[in-house]
Structures are given as structure tokens and as C-alpha cells.
Design a binder for this molecule. Structure first.
Ligand code: AMP
Length: 305
């Protein structure tokens, strides 16, 4: 089943304790679609500027990603710069330059208008909403956002959240959105805003899900080498939605399918953080992905006495 994603396609400048990259391919929709492309066909809606090169387009196409919805507009590609501290859990945003996204009015190509799965990756909630308005009701609508939009466009964000099934968000942002330091209470407040399912990304500590079933939490893989956490959250969402699109046919999405999807999200995020930018997502095989999924399963498996 096809996944449609809207979100930033960007040039990122990243500093971590282990190195730095300037103007490397990034963006929420980029990481999401690369991760999801291992499981399902992906269609992207985004805008880039005249400065966007042919190389990144080739790279995304090489993963079979449908770019008919990637519009080149006069102006500059979205730019983001960030720096990570020693433990990689603390990130400071140094710059966010919206460029062509400041005025982007997406118009979806006809073949994009009936996706089974829709992911509104991190970008202006007004852009997310415009995309949502142009599709026939998908089976599952997920979304992400961040402090930049929680603080900058609270009303547009609230309107968008009222119409989605699932929110996938960082723990600090869940607390900020709900005005509530306790995650369990924050989850209840977020359910009241619209999304029936809340997935909280907890960086190096994994993820937690709050929905109709009892809460569910997983660790992150314990990796010896982590280079750059940028895009981990988007790769998580891409792995998770990709898994659902590939494995759930007809009927409801069961709690156990959701749990496996979350585990696959952690697996795809683990590949991303091991290299700079999108490099960790470029040359994977299903065999490596499945091997790591098994490693993940063993990480927290508990035998009864
Ligand atoms: P993550 O590390 O998963 O939070 O995602 C990092 C990616 O999000 C980077 O590639 C950025 O280009 C992108 N990004 C950063 N800030 C924003 C924003 N305000 N809106 C949309 N995308 C953003």
C-alpha cells in the first residue's frame, strides 16, 4: 500500500562531537521516505528552491521514491542547522530558514489523491492541512511536529491535530504541546486534541505508545557507534508507517502489528544515527534490516521463570 508524505526537504548543516557536515541533504520528508522506501511505495509532496541540485533528486529516485509532487520554486531550499552536545541527547537549533516553504501552496498530482497511508511529516501545519484537504480519507493519517511550530503556529497546529489519527512526536515536545510535564497525563491531553494514538520518541531511550490498548514502551538499540542523530525521528516514523503499509492488509491495525511497527521504527532510526545525514539509509538490504529487527527483539525479551 502506498504512503504519501509531506514535509521538509532540506539542506542541513550539522555539528556533532564526531564531525560536521555543511549543506547536506536532509529534511523530515527525506528521512521519512528513505526509511519507508524499504517497505512500501512512497510519494513525496514538498518544495525545493532553484538551488536544489540534481544529485539529491537522483539519490531519492534511486530508492524508487515518487517525486512527481516535489516542486521546484523560485527562491531558496529550506535550510536547517543544528549542533549536538557531548551525549547527543541535547540539540541546539542554530538556524531555521523556511525558504520556499514560507509560501508553498501544494497542489497534489491526481495519482497522489487516494493514498492508503498519509504522513504529515514536520513542516508548517498550514501546509500539512492543505495536503490533508486534497486527499480522499486515507486509512491512517499520522503526523509529526516540533517546538518551532508548537510555538509559532499553535492555532493551525490545533486545527490539523483535530483531524489526524496518530501523532509521532519527541518527548519534550509532547510535554510542551500538552503543557504537562508528566508523559502519561500529556498523552491524555493530546488524545483530547484529536489523535487517538500518540507515539512518543525518546531518543536514545526508545519510544512509547499511548492508544486504545495499554501503553507500550520499547528501548532503542544499544549501539557502539553513533555519529549523528539528525533524522532519527523521521526515520523512525518512516520505518513504522512503512511496516504498517507493507503488513496490514484490510481490517483494523491490531495492537500487535502496531508494536512490531514501532520496533521497526527503532530499527530504521538505528541505521540513520550510525552515519552522518542520510548516509545510513542508503545501502541497506532487507536481510540487514531483518537481522537488526531480530537483534532488537532479543534486546528486551523476557522469559517467565
Ligand atoms: P529529527 O532529527 O528527526 O527531529 O529531524 C531533523 C530534520 O528535520 C532535519 O533534516 C531538518 O531539516 C528538519 N527540520 C528541522 N526543523 C524543522 C522545521 N521547523 N520544520 C520542518 N522540518 C524541520
Amino acid at each position: 500500500m502506498t504512503i504519501l508524505v509531506v514535509g521538509s526537504v532540506a539542506y542541513d548543516s550539522i555539528e556533532t562531537p564526531f564531525g560536521s557536515r555543511r549543506e547536506t541533504l536532509g529534511g523530515a520528508a527525506t528521512y521519512f521516505s528513505l526509511a519507508a522506501s524499504y517497505f512500501a511505495p512512497v510519494q513525496v509532496v514538498a518544495a525545493v528552491g532553484e538551488d536544489f541540485g540534481e544529485e539529491p533528486v537522483k539519490l531519492l529516485r534511486s530508492r524508487g521514491i515518487d517525486l512527481r509532487g516535489l516542486t521546484k520554486l523560485p527562491g531558496e531550499t529550506f535550510r536547517w542547522a543544528g549542533r549536538y552536545e557531548f551525549d547527543l541527547n541535547t540539540r541546539t537549533t542554530l538556524e531555521t530558514r523556511l525558504g520556499v516553504f514560507a509560501t508553498f501552496e501544494p497542489v497534489l498530482p491526481e495519482p497522489y489523491r487516494a493514498p492508503e497511508f498519509l504522513f504529515l511529516a514536520n513542516i508548517d501545519p498550514e501546509v500539512q492541512m492543505r495536503v490533508l484537504r486534497q486527499v480522499r480519507r486515507p486509512r491512517l493519517v499520522g503526523c509529526d511536529t516540533m517546538n518551532f511550530w508548537i510555538e509559532g503556529k499553535p492555532q493551525a497546529l490545533a486545527a490539523m491535530l483535530a483531524e489526524v489519527d496518530m501523532l509521532v512526536i519527541n518527548d519534550s515536545e509532547a510535554r510542551e504541546l500538552a503543557h504537562q510535564p508528566n508523559l502519561v497525563r500529556a498523552a491524555a491531553a493530546i488524545h483530547a486534541m484529536g489523535p487517538k494514538t500518540l507515539i512518543v520518541k525518546r531518543g536514545e531511550f526508545g519510544a512509547a505508545a499511548f492508544g486504545a490498548a495499554a501503553p507500550f514502551a520499547v528501548p532503542a538499540l544499544l549501539l557502539e557507534e553513533v555519529q549523528d542523530p539528525t533524522g532519527a525521528g523521521d526515520s523512525f516514523a518512516g520505518g513504522m508507517m512503512g511496516y504498517l503499509a507493507a503488513h496490514v492488509s484490510g481490517g483494523a491495525i491490531t495492537d500487535s502489528a502496531m508494536r512490531r511497527a514501532i520496533a521497526m521504527g527503532c530499527v530504521m532510526a538505528s541505521f540513520t544515527v550510525q552515519a552522518f545525514g542520510v548516509d545510513g539509509l542508503l545501502h541497506l538490504t532487507m536481510e540487514r534490516i531483518e537481522e537488526r529487527f531480530e537483534q532488537f527483539r532479543r534486546l528486551s525479551h523476557l522469559e517467565l521463570a
